[in-house]
Design a protein around this ligand. Sequence first.
Ligand code: X90
Length: 277
Amino acid sequence: MNEIRLIVDSSSNETEQTNRNLKVVPLKINLAGKDFVDDNKIDLPSFLEELSQTTEAGKTACPSLQDWLDALEGAEKAIIVTMTSGLSGTYASAMQARDIYCEQNPTSKVIVVDSRSAGPELSIILERIEELLQEELRFVDLEERIAQIRTKTHLLFILQSLHNLAVSGRVSPAIVKLASLLHINVIGQASKEGTLEQLAKARGSKKAVKELVKQMKLEGYHGGRVIIDHCENKVDSERIRDLLIEEFPSAQILIRKTRGLCSFYAEQGGIMVGFES
Ligand code: X90
């Protein structure tokens, strides 16, 4: 096990793993007056049930300063990877926590990475960081190497509903208008700035899946690592996997379920695909 602690927020759809020295800091979701903490104790089936039933607008909150400080507690060296600063205060609160932690623990070193993304792209960045750590680089050189990794990682998504993104003001009105049309899937990507950028639209999920695979190749995908996270859409996730395997038989593809935060924003049927070019 590496002695550098790795910390991500729950938008990564990761859960805590002591054998990877990995901690996950939860975001919070308020749905129909109920508070959900997006940690490994969240009851996902009842959360998803609540999500599909409620007509009230829910809301989310980024981790507090204290949440980050708790995750850092006792670490001599740590690398934090957060979701995009373009849509959330998560990165800002992690930066604040780093400053306080390093002031209180002058020998400690903490790197904070703004993924400018969410979901499975964070997991791919994390896997590559774990590989870097095997190289036993100097801690000061890690930041630059991580920046290099990030030029090759991407996130594409298919959304069937943009309701929660729209209500919280996290997507442009033009995209929302389009997605409100029946059976229209929006295919998009995490932009360079870490916001939602629409690439295409498709009527019906089969076409959406094909479009997504096409967009992956346009982004330079050629058989590398893929992680597909879905909110109750195993069928289309497997379709994406099968299309990729057909063309890139040795591709390493993992399918997972979104946890609370990404389920809330990607909504039922939503798919997020993290990959490397
Ligand atoms: O309350 C908060 O600070 C959390 C805000 C989260 C906002 C968006 C999360 C999006 C998750 C949607 C599809 C992919 C979007 C990619 C954007 C870079 C899932």
